[in-house]
Ligand binder design. Structure first.
Ligand code: ATP
Ligand code: MG
Length: 566
């Protein structure tokens, strides 16, 4: 079931009805009231893994808003936690964001560039009596914090003099303390009903090498302190994030207010994008890769942006999907079928429709001249003339799909069976005369006769057939590796094993077949995609293909279980 939650507010303008999501409604209000005179958004990932479809939503939302309002969009790495961050991820994330079409122009920033600003900000707070160095251990801080029903206790260090705090903070910075020995806490309210406001830690000691600042710092700011400063320093107006930060907003506002930013940014939260029965968590993907179940972070069965790209998804399809999901404050789970719908819609008219046989059985045209090959013209896409046509070889021996022939067909089976006539796509009518089987009764050859009068495009109207099947010419067909995917997750069981929290893996999620394809397909290059008639959309794998030997991944079959909501 797909739940599409699209909270759009209808607003009348003089000419047209415009539908606005709730964030746009808030932005309109801010602009009308003069809170801001421009819109400046950002995408702030942590460079600690590969971006996924959920991030795509955030990227396209933030970038889209900047475009819509003629504002600016910043790309900023939130690299304030050196333990998990790597330059490899910085590069892969930039590649993904660029591919999605979000253009940051020259506006690429790193949170680590603001470390000096953040340090100054901390000193400013200390001088205002709004921050203090604490001796408590992480354990003790937790203990002192209280619970949802019980106020916290004052930190014994809370009443240190400003001078002492300044001196200790400087010692923290100068490496006089071990990790965890001292922290800097904001002095807010230990009795606040919002736990985030109970004197949160804003700086910690961590003797770590940062991928950009090296060993310059041994103290690092906490996310809740760093993030509002990053936004404010860049002149962000609307800091859009996901719902789990809603309870952190008072702290965000506190930081920018106490640091006296003139036109502080405003945080607005929306619900994360979730996909039913799909693994997005980095921890789990890492495990799938380590266990050899997934072939890297961009295994085509995953939904990281690089995996979707490798599978053959387009930025346009991802954009369409994100738009269909809408922007909302309410949690909802989208269905993979909707994403698949979007890629089909996007590729339908853009890609040539070629012939490839995934499960071949030989067809011999007994009355076709021996040794003759003729070239037949085939339109590349009947729904889009602009794609032109190509010439395909045709001869006495062909391959067709095994499922397109039956010895004893059920009712309403219009494909080949003894005595029945069908159209060979782009070619002739053929009538099944007989067939051969092996000792197990499996069909090995289907014998037909063809009628030269019925050539496609000849204007033949003599009689009609109900079935059309595709084929490839045996002597020129090229064998290629084709991968057919299913969900890597066992959908019956759900993503996570209830007992040990591991992933319920579908053992049949990758099927490899050798297909026979028309010769033009053997020249296909990495990332090129095609429709294989009746079999789906396929894309050339960039990792495993070699010159003249493409490997195809099925992006999606042609059958859809999703229909667009009215
Ligand atoms: P994950 O743990 O899944 O990688 P994250 O939130 O830790 O996600 P960040 O690098 O911190 O990843 O996220 C960058 C931005 O992307 C944040 O603004 C975050 O709110 C947003 N984001 C992350 N996941 C989703 C999602 N599923 N849907 C929409 N936005 C998301
Ligand atoms: Mg994160």
């Amino acid at each position: 079931m797909s739940e599409i939650e699209n909270v759009n507010v209808e607003a009348e303008t003089t000419e047209e009805k415009v539908s606005r999501n709730f964030i746009e409604v808030e932005i309109d209000k801010d602009l009308a009231e003069g809170v801001y005179d421009t819109v400046h958004t950002r995408f702030p990932p942590e460079p600690n893994g590969y971006l996924h479809i959920g991030h795509a939503k955030s990227i396209l939302l933030n970038y889209g808003l900047s475009k819509k309002y003629g504002g600016k969009f910043n790309m900023r790495f939130d690299d304030t936690n050196p333990t998990k961050e790597k330059i490899e991820f910085v590069n892969s994330q930039l590649e993904d964001i660029k591919w999605l079409g979000a253009d940051w122009e020259d506006r690429l920033f790193f949170a680590s560039d603001y470390f000096p600003k953040m340090y100054e900000g901390a000193i400013k707070l200390i001088k205002k009596g709004k921050a203090y160095v604490s001796d408590l251990t992480a354990e003790e801080i937790k203990e002192y914090r209280g619970t949802l029903t019980e106020a916290g206790k004052e930190d014994p260090s809370a009443n240190r003099s400003i001078e002492e705090n300044l001196a200790l903070f400087e010692d923290m910075k100068n490496g006089k303390f071990q990790d965890g020995e001292k922290v800097l806490r904001a002095r807010i309210d230990m009795a606040s009903p919002n736990m985030n406001m109970r004197d949160p830690v804003i700086y910690r000691v961590a003797h770590m090498t940062h991928h950009r600042t090296g060993d310059t710092w041994c103290i690092y700011p906490m996310y809740d302190f760093a993030h509002p400063i990053e936004d404010a320093e860049e002149g962000i107006t609307h800091s859009i994030c996901t719902l789990e930060f809603e309870d952190h907003r008072p702290l965000y506002d506190w930081v920018v207010r106490e640091l006296e930013y003139e036109r502080p940014p405003r945080q607005i939260e929306f619900a994360k994008l979730y996909l039913q029965n799909v693994v997005t968590g980095k921890r789990y993907i890492k495990k799938l890769v380590e266990d050899g179940i997934a072939d890297g972070w961009d295994d085509p069965r995953l939904v990281s942006i690089s995996a979707l790209r490798r599978r053959g998804y387009t930025p346009e399809a991802i954009k369409m999907f994100v738009e269909l999901c809408g922007v909302s404050k309410a949690h909802s789970i989208a269905d993979m079928a909707m994403l698949e719908y979007c890629i089909r819609e996007d590729l339908k008219l853009k890609r040539p429709r070629m012939m490839a046989i995934l499960d071949p059985v030989k067809l011999v045209i007994d009355n076709y001249p021996e040794g003759q090959t003729e070239m037949l013209e085939a339109a590349n896409n009947l729904e889009n003339e602009e794609l032109g046509s190509r010439m395909i070889p045709f001869g006495k021996e062909l391959y067709i799909e095994r499922e397109d022939f039956m010895i004893e067909p059920p009712k309403k089976y219009f494909r080949l069976f003894p005595g029945n006539e069908v159209r060979l796509m782009n070619a002739y009518f053929v009538k099944c005369e007989s067939y051969e089987t092996d000792e197990n009764g499996n069909v090995t050859v289907v014998h037909c006769t063809y009628d030269p009068e019925t050539k496609s495009g000849s204007g033949f109207t003599g009689r009609k057939v109900k079935g059309t099947i595709h084929w490839v010419n045996a002597s020129t067909a090229v064998p290629v590796e084709v991968r057919l995917f299913e969900n890597i997750v066992d959908e019956e069981k759900g993503v996570y094993n209830k007992e040990d929290g591991s992933i319920n893996v579908n053992p049949d999620s990758k099927k490899v077949v050798t297909a026979l394809v028309e010769p033009d397909l053997a020249k296909a290059k990495a990332y090129e995609s095609f429709q294989f008639v009746r079999n789906g959309f396929f894309c050339v794998d960039y990792k495993d293909s070699t010159e003249g030997k493409p490997v195809f991944n099925r992006i999606v079959s042609l059958k859809s279980s999703f229909t667009l909501p009215k």
